[in-house]
Design a protein around this ligand. Sequence first.
Ligand code: TYC
Length: 136
Amino acid sequence: MKPLVIGLVQLLSNQQNISYYWNMSSKKRSNPTQHQELALELVSSASCLQMPPNYRVFLLNDDYTPMEFVVEVLERYFSMERQIATEIRLEVHQHGKGICGEYTREIAETKVIQVNEYSRRNQHPLLCRMEVLGAA
Ligand code: TYC
């Protein structure tokens, strides 16, 4: 049976902040003051919790979007300097795909929507997409 996790203890050791869950499915539980003495089945957070994955946002090449527009998008939505934006634009043009950045899911989703909406509003077929990265 999966342990019923009802509490989180923060322990400070060697300057590191380590989180532990205590498992109240243990028969030994009785009152809160016995937590330490009973050494409730502490399970390292490393085995319970995982950081949410990040997402890579990228642009796809097409034959119609003007190069200047791609550079503008990279500057406007990804805060790139002209020089870097131009390099990424060339990367997309030559290799079909160019990485704009890596973000949390919500930020990546927002950027994808913003770029695609902005492109359509300007009548360009430029496509912005995201892909999940390995868990951080
Ligand atoms: N390939 C496009 C053209 O030749 C330019 C372009 C570059 C389009 C980058 C999209 O993400 C892109 N007009």
